[in-house]
Every structure is written in structure tokens, then in C-alpha cells.
Design a protein around this ligand. Structure first.
Ligand SMILES: [Zn+2]
Length: 87
């Protein structure tokens, strides 16, 4: 069975593939080392999120970055923060 994007995001987090380069109150700029390539993720908080991967719409990379950022800010475990990232 194929991984869901949540499962994939959790795996990227567990494997330490997320690098947050900048995290501010309105913007998160991060790199995700995906299965095939390295992608740049930019999240404008409360607005839109962009990833350089070929997937359209929300992808596991964006989810993983949001979950890591939320976990940092709230102190929640990433498995919990991932569930709170509504995508
Ligand atoms: Zn992506």
C-alpha cells in the first residue's frame, strides 16, 4: 500500500530530512531532502505554501515542514503536531 502524505511526512521527520533555514512569525523557509531530490519549501503562515517538487497542491514536504515548525513552537511531539496540521 502506498504511503499517505502524512505517513511520508512523518518518515521525513523521523529520518531528519527537514532543514529549517528561516522561521519567522509570518514565513518559514526550509529544505526537505525527499526521496528523489532536495526541495525548497516556503510557507507564508496563514496564506500559501509552496514547494519545488512536481506534486500539485499540498505535498508531504510542506506537511513535514509545518509539523516540525509547529512542534518547535509548541513543544508538542512531531507525531502530534503532524496530526494538527490541517491539510
Ligand atoms: Zn513537495
Amino acid at each position: 500500500m502506498a504511503e499517505t502524505i502524512h505517513e511520508k511526512a512523518q518518515r521525513f521527520i523521523t529520518e531528519g530530512r527537514i532543514t529549517i533555514r528561516y522561521e519567522g512569525s509570518t514565513l518559514i523557509d526550509a529544505d526537505v531532502h525527499g526521496d528523489h531530490d532536495r526541495y525548497a519549501v516556503v510557507v507564508e503562515i496563514g496564506d500559501e505554501a509552496r514547494c519545488t517538487c512536481p506534486a500539485s497542491g499540498d505535498c508531504s514536504h510542506i506537511l513535514a515542514v509545518l509539523a516540525v515548525s509547529l512542534a518547535r513552537r509548541t513543544g508538542l511531539p512531531t507525531a502530534v503536531s503532524l496530526g494538527k496540521v490541517g491539510v
